[in-house]
Design a protein around this ligand. Structure first.
Ligand SMILES: [Zn+2]
Length: 150
């Protein structure tokens, strides 16, 4: 069994999870995969202008962890912009904030039991993203296609 990682709390479910540079055929395109917790770090710090301690608190992680997360997120975004890669928002270890908490949640059915996608190869588990079938996602550790778990 892989060691469980701490869940990062995420208060925003992106509607768009794929950004593609114009004029590049999908087959010629590389992807930069941004985990949902990395995406959330950028959203809180760079878009909402919260300071680092607030961001860390919101995500239930330590400040050094938050710092690593945002550096890695910015690097992936920069890599995509500079090198013409697509950005895919997928995976990561996180849990959604309960609906109705603050102005997050957006009342779009984040309640109820969370559904996970599981890697049949290494057992890696992550929360299923709404509207994205597990089978269309690859395990971030071993690139096996994920299956729907419980
Ligand atoms: Zn795996």
């Amino acid at each position: 069994m892989p060691r469980p990682r701490l869940c990062r709390r995420v208060g925003f479910q992106p509607d768009v999870t794929y950004f593609k540079p114009a004029g590049i055929r999908k087959t010629d395109m590389e992807e930069s995969i941004l985990a949902v917790d990395e995406f959330e770090a950028v959203r809180l710090k760079d878009l909402e202008d919260l300071d680092q301690s607030e961001c860390a608190k919101k995500m239930d992680i330590s400040q050094p962890t938050f710092h690593r997360l945002i550096l890695s997120a910015r690097k992936k975004i920069a890599d995509a912009i500079v090198n013409g890669k697509a950005i895919k928002i997928s995976g990561g270890v996180f849990k959604m904030v309960e609906p109705g908490v603050g102005r997050m949640g957006r009342g779009m059915g984040f309640g109820g039991p969370a559904i996970n996608c599981v890697c049949p190869e290494c057992g890696h588990k992550e929360q299923k993203i709404r509207g994205v079938p597990c089978i269309s996602k690859k395990c971030p550790r071993c690139s096996t296609l994920m299956i729907r778990g419980d």
